[in-house]
Design a protein around this ligand. Structure first.
Ligand code: AMP
Length: 285
């Protein structure tokens, strides 16, 4: 496995690889890798000859009061996991090499970013779009794999690729969960044992929403109430948002007519967890 820190070296390496005709897949991550990330690496491998994993805790997608400094990091473990999985290139730049101190150009998505995490985290998706656009320029991938765990991010990146004509195919990776149902996340490591136990309420709330839809419930506010009640039963949980939105436009729904996304963000102390599920009504919606 080749480890590259310099953005310039990454770009010239990608150009050289491209000339050999091999298909390149990119898996962007913020490190502290877990099985969710590794499932994306395997998916990437199944679509390409060569896999690049980027590892960068991107400062521009964190708000001033968010957990950038406290975001978990473990480079040596990340290296070992990537080697074991046969990753070809680990790209791990430092922030000053990637961002000029007077950087003044960024990528802004203006529709899908308005609600959900975009409403709670102003500027977050500007940071995400900008870093992903930069990674696409530096790694020049044919495909890039993103997890459904970050459902809004995934759709925004798909929109960016479409609207800015990036020659990259986005592949969606399904959410990987712990055996008890908690969605895998680097931030889970920051939960106390009690918070970790109570965090199962996210999955329970989504399960209940799915069950109610299977029984024929189509009113979004009833589903949201059901989910909210389940999360509020946990003493350490603070709801950030619980929404049912259109799967494509991410606009809030009153009545489920087509595929919908149930999405929630819940704080346990300063740790913010997100999860989501696709809801399909019985009549094919
Ligand atoms: P992160 O390191 O949290 O920025 O995530 C990097 C990529 O891994 C993103 O595309 C995430 O959606 C994806 N990812 C994170 N957690 C999971 C999970 N539990 N299952 C599937 N993909 C995940």
């Amino acid at each position: 496995m080749k480890i590259i820190e310099s953005p310039e070296e990454m770009q010239s390496e990608a150009r050289a690889l491209r000339k050999t005709g091999r298909r390149i897949a990119l898996v962007p991550t913020m490190g502290f890798l877990h099985e969710g990330h590794m499932s994306l690496v395997r998916l990437a491998r199944s679509h390409a000859d060569l896999v690049i994993v980027s590892l960068f805790v991107n400062p521009t997608q964190f708000g001033p009061t968010e957990d950038f400094e406290r975001y978990p990091r473990n480079r040596s473990k990340d290296d070992a996991l990537c080697r074991k999985e046969g990753v070809n290139i680990l790209f791990c730049p430092e922030a000053p090499a990637l961002y000029a101190s007077n950087a003044s150009v960024s990528v802004v998505e203006e529709q899908l970013s308005r609600g959900l995490c975009g409403a709670s985290r102003p500027g977050h998706f500007r940071g995400v779009c900008t870093i992903v656009a930069k990674l696409f320029h530096l790694c020049d991938p044919d495909i890039a794999v993103f997890g459904c765990k970050d459902a809004q991010q995934l759709r925004i990146i798909e929109r960016m690729v479409r609207d800015l004509n990036f020659p990259v195919r986005i592949v969606r990776g399904p959410i990987q969960r712990e055996p008890d149902g908690l969605a895998m996340s680097s931030r889970n490591a920051r939960l106390s044992p009690e918070e970790r136990q109570q965090a199962l309420c996210l999955r329970r709330a989504l399960d209940q929403a799915e069950a109610r839809v299977a029984q024929g419930e189509k009113q979004a506010h009833i589903l949201v109430d059901t989910m909210t009640r389940i999360v509020r039963e946990e003493s350490l949980a603070q709801v950030d948002y619980i929404h049912i939105v259109d799967e494509e436009t991410l606009e809030p729904l009153q009545i489920l007519r087509g595929p919908a996304l149930a999405a929630l963000a819940v704080f346990f102390g300063s740790t913010r967890l997100i999860d989501n599920a696709l809801l399909r009504t019985q009549d094919g919606g």
